[in-house]
Design a protein around this ligand. Structure first.
Ligand SMILES: [Zn+2]
Length: 553
């Protein structure tokens, strides 16, 4: 996703603040039982592993309703007979079948408790089909507020999209709505719509059925790789398709563009960014993670979202982010922000996915940094640094980046720009670009198609870097304080120490003394260093995200 709050129309800002306020209070009050059921691995989730989903859903624009089912194939990791399935009202589950029999279930708001006739034995592969229908929540501000948008395009045709990051996929289809468990064998999505419309979902279009009598079409999409729940999406409109092939690190990648018919010319021009994006990110992160499922860019009515192998795009076919540059340097106008940022998530978010929403920075911090890596690859290191540093003005230091575990609560929006600056700072600490590259590629190889925790990311990076980064991560991810370097110059001597740091924080930094680069390792205790000549100029390398204060004599 992109950071909320970056809007350009005054009315939209007001609207978003009102909606955002409600969302925030829900995120900062006492943790409710519903949040625990949603955000933790409950005993009713833990005993079974999702192997595959087959979602079949009909979109009925006339009544703004959905009707369908999800076949959930799973494996019993241990014996169990009580299962949690999530689906948010006003949608409701109408029936659950298990082979020839129907299962009993009861509802507790967003959660359904299913009971099997008897224990499913450990090791068994089994499946249920969950039938559901109703009028789903409508999104008032996609993608930041989840739900269905029953919209119209410029020409008045239906233009319907789903968004659900944060609130969860259970806002529109029944599933195990927790990040830790993705369907190992992927997913099928069969979408039925009025016959004049086209439905675009994740993965590859396997076939289309036309029910002439019923005046509907069903589009069968198939995803072969594991997919996170919020990455599943359906977009319905007057779509046309064009495609190209990209010769990349994983062989030939099929690229498909789905745009509204009247936007095709603009899309052909603007989507030249896609191969440039792939070239840069395959360099930095390794091969695109979903060759089997292809890469798609799909036009939507909201700014964009990282839907896996089906990145959604609503950036007006222009560079920048809806005619803004988030860095304030002008560099943001050199590329299409949505194509770069949302596609960056294919590596950080979709390939490597967080287990718990508290660790959302793994998605947004790395993807924010991917923007500057794109700049570095195509425009050079100086501009990339300007871009990262320019984005610091967006950092609020209001709450820690890491949220609340087990409650589906994300941390501060600082996960974007501060997350990017944390990574940029760590790169400075490592001070070895070859090693840095190998860490970025190594993360994507080590955690290929996995769900992970922050601890896994931290320990992998520290191990590969050969540097203890624990206090650096603690400082920037778990506090709102930015290290303050206090220093004093006196003739040939330099005195310095850190303030506002976690205990034991001793991050080395590079400084320029009389134009010569020197590494110093401040901590909370004052240190003094003598130089051969009088110190006339002192400057901290700007790439380290710290603040400085000169003490006058
Ligand atoms: Zn994002």
């Amino acid at each position: 996703m992109i950071m909320r709050g970056l809007k350009i129309v005054a009315v939209a800002i007001l609207l978003q603040m009102q909606i955002g306020a409600g969302y925030l209070s829900a995120q900062t009050g006492n943790i409710t039982r519903q949040e625990i059921l949603r955000g933790s691995v409950t005993p009713e989730r833990e005993w079974w592993d999702v192997l595959h989903y087959h979602l079949k859903v009909e979109f009925l624009p006339a009544s703004k309703s959905l009707k369908g089912s999800n076949i959930i194939t799973f494996k019993a990791l241990k014996a169990g007979n009580r299962m949690q399935i999530d689906l948010q009202p006003p949608l409701s589950i109408t029936k659950i079948t298990h082979g020839p029999s129907e299962l009993k279930f009861e509802r507790e708001e967003n959660v359904y408790w299913l009971t099997f006739e008897k224990d499913i034995p450990k090791g068994t592969e089994d499946r249920i089909e969950v039938f559901y229908e109703g009028v789903p929540v409508e999104s008032k501000n996609p993608p930041w507020v989840g739900g269905i948008t029953w919209g119209r395009d410029d020409l008045g045709e239906n233009f319907i999209v789903t968004t659900c990051e944060g609130i969860g996929a259970s806002i529109w289809w029944p599933n195990k709505d927790h990040g830790y468990d993705e369907p190992d064998r992927g997913m099928q999505i069969s979408v039925t719509v009025p016959e004049q419309l086209v439905a675009v979902s994740n993965g590859r279009l396997k076939k289309t059925d036309h029910d002439v009598a019923g005046k509907t079409k069903t589009f069968h999409w198939e995803v072969l790789n594991p997919i996170n729940n919020y990455g599943v999406n359906v977009n319905i409109g007057n779509y046309v398709n064009f495609s190209e092939k990209y010769h990349g690190k994983g062989g030939v990648l099929d690229i498909d563009y789905w745009v509204l018919a009247h936007q095709k010319e603009a899309a052909i021009r603007q989507f030249k960014e896609v191969p440039r994006m792939l070239e840069a990110f395959e360099h930095w992160f390794g091969k695109y993670p979903f060759y089997e499922d292809s890469y798609k860019l799909v036009a939507v009515s909201y700014p964009g979202m990282e839907h896996q192998s089906s990145v959604t795009y609503g950036n007006w076919y222009r560079n920048g982010y809806r005619q803004r540059d988030v860095s304030g340097t002008g560099i943001g106008f050199k590329f299409d922000f949505i194509i770069v940022h949302e596609s960056g998530h294919e590596w950080f978010g979709n390939n490597i996915s967080m287990k718990d929403a508290a660790d959302m920075w793994i998605h947004e911090g790395f993807t924010n940094y991917s923007e500057s890596l794109f700049v570095e690859y195509h425009f050079g290191k100086k501009e990339a640094e300007d871009y990262v540093l320019g984005s610091r003005h967006n950092i609020k230091n209001d709450r820690p980046i890491i949220g609340v575990y087990g409650a589906n609560r994300e941390g501060s929006g600082d996960m974007y720009y501060k997350g990017g600056n944390l990574l940029h700072t760590i790169r400075q600490v490592i001070n070895d670009d070859e090693k840095w590259l190998s860490i970025l590629r190594g993360l994507n190889a080590e955690f290929w198609h996995q769900t992970v925790s922050t601890e896994q990311i931290e320990s992998y990076m520290a191990k590969r870097a050969g540097v203890d980064l624990s206090k650096v991560f603690d400082q920037y991810l778990r506090t709102t304080k930015i290290p303050l370097l206090k220093y004093r110059l006196s003739g040939k001597s330099l005195s310095f120490k850190y303030e506002r740091v976690v205990q034991g924080f001793a991050m080395p930094i590079r400084v320029l003394i009389n134009g010569k680069e020197v590494v110093i390792t401040p901590n909370e205790v004052k240190q003094t260093i003598e130089f051969p000549q009088e110190i006339k100029a002192f400057e901290v390398n700007r790439n380290f995200y710290i603040e400085t204060e000169k003490q006058d004599l």
